[in-house]
Write a protein of this length. Structure first.
Length: 141
């Protein structure tokens, strides 16, 4: 397994990460491309997870003020529930620890148990984002 931290100059790898997001969010979940690909792409730290050289997952994080938002977690369907997502999120958490006292994400309802296992706590009320129900979750210290 290889987890890559992508730079702006990693055009091909970024394109691959975006294609995974398109497959998961746009094609599977019917999120519009306009909502999925936003003005924050350049300022975000992107990740690409590969298994035996095959790209299977991606994620990103970015600063919002003094907070860090983890987002755009996408895993190809045939690789879900095999532990790879935990590896990717754990690596991302290691990278953001110490950069902010507040790390959070918007979790789809079906993903809440996954994020809880990795130290996130559900806060606030359920809300709709891109026509999908979510909860905000913060990383416990």
């Amino acid at each position: 397994m290889q987890i890559l931290r992508l730079m702006d100059s990693d055009f091909q790898e970024l394109k691959t990460a975006f294609s995974i997001r398109k497959k998961v969010f746009v094609e599977e979940q019917r999120v519009s491309e306009a909502d999925e690909f936003d003005e924050f792409e350049k300022e975000s730290q992107h990740y690409l997870l590969k298994i035996d050289g095959k790209p299977i997952a991606t994620a990103r994080w970015r600063f919002i003020g003094d907070k860090i938002k983890c987002e755009r977690f996408a895993m190809l369907s045939e690789y879900r529930n095999k532990g790879f997502g935990s590896e990717l999120l754990s690596e991302l958490i290691k990278d953001v620890k110490g950069k902010s006292d507040r790390v959070y994400l918007h979790a789809q309802l079906k993903a809440i148990p996954f994020y809880k296992r990795l130290g996130f706590i559900k806060v606030g009320d359920q809300f709709t984002e891109c026509e999908i129900e979510h909860y905000m979750m913060i990383l416990s210290k």
